[in-house]
Ligand binder design. Structure first.
Ligand code: ATP
Ligand code: MG
Length: 255
């Protein structure tokens, strides 16, 4: 668990505060270094497995084994990329976003929805997008892409085939609202406060089989923090969920 060094009790002696900050820094560096060091060997293994899979006359039993190894290297690569992204975001969690470009959210959502339809594939979810093109958000496009795609892809992953997913981007009372509503499996109330913790999954076996690492919502929370946003989660077990991100007026540009 990350320690927020800004929220330590005010009466702690400064020596203790700087020691805690030092330990927290070491923890962050350790995770970032391990992830970085694992990247190269994994890329090599991944590459060799692809060569092996391309071999002609490969016996079926071997092919099955290599395919599984290949899928697992992909999972590890995703995990490492997510850990590296999270470390980068944590690194300056108390700072504002580095880039403050006007992001055309409606266009970005259009692209992500097309990717979500591909991800859905034969499950044929009904993915609807209602986005106000005139509302732009000041921030970092790539970070916002991670935030929105994590929430939209979750809706696809945790909704049965043919289910409905409704995505909205709108202004109301001088704030902007991004929401993803699904008709999926839903989440029991006791899990909701813990969902944005790293590696927290309601049903680890199910998430693992769908390739999830449990880092998506932790990344989403950090991106939101860096864009002065808040996350609201409403869900009913067996009925579906709505994840809403709320952005303040000072982050918006109206075209
Ligand atoms: N729309 C949803 N409907 C139901 N459960 C959800 C939904 N979104 C998230 N969850 C639950 O919250 C958990 C955490 O989500 P999170 O996105 O952090 O991880 P993940 O989807 O398992 O993996 P990944 O790192 O690939 O995103 C999920 O494992 C799932 O149990
Ligand atoms: Mg996810």
């Amino acid at each position: 668990m990350k320690i927020n060094t800004q929220k330590l009790p005010a009466n702690l002696p400064t020596q203790i505060v700087s020691h805690i900050q030092h330990l927290e820094r070491m923890r962050q560096d350790f995770v970032a270094n391990v992830s970085h060091e694992l990247r190269t060997p994994l890329t090599v293994i991944h590459g060799y497995l692809e060569t092996l899979l391309d071999e002609k006359d490969l016996p079926e039993t071997r092919k099955k084994v290599f395919l599984q190894m290949h899928q697992q290297t992909l999972r590890m690569e995703n995990l490492i990329e997510d850990l590296l992204l999270l470390s980068r975001l944590e690194d300056d969690v108390d700072n504002e976003t580095k880039t403050d470009e006007p992001v055309a959210v409606a266009d970005l959502l259009n692209q992500i929805c097309n990717e979500a339809r591909e991800l859905s594939g034969d499950a044929k979810h009904d993915i609807q997008l209602h986005a106000d093109k005139t509302v732009l958000l000041k921030g970092c496009q790539e970070e916002l892409r991670s935030l929105f795609s994590n929430l939209i892809f979750n809706a696809v992953k945790y909704t049965a085939p043919n289910g409905e997913i409704i995505i909205n981007w709108q202004m109301k009372n001088k704030k902007a609202y991004f929401s993803v509503q699904d008709s999926g499996i839903g989440i029991a109330e006791k899990h909701i406060p813990r969902l944005t913790e790293r590696f927290y999954r309601v049903d680890p076996a199910r998430s693992r089989s769908s390739g999830g690492t449990g880092l998506g919502l932790a990344i989403a929370k950090h991106v939101l923090l860096r864009h002065d946003g808040e996350l609201n989660i409403q869900s009913k077990l067996g009925k579906g969920s709505t994840f809403t991100c709320i952005f303040p007026n000072n982050r918006l540009l109206i075209n």
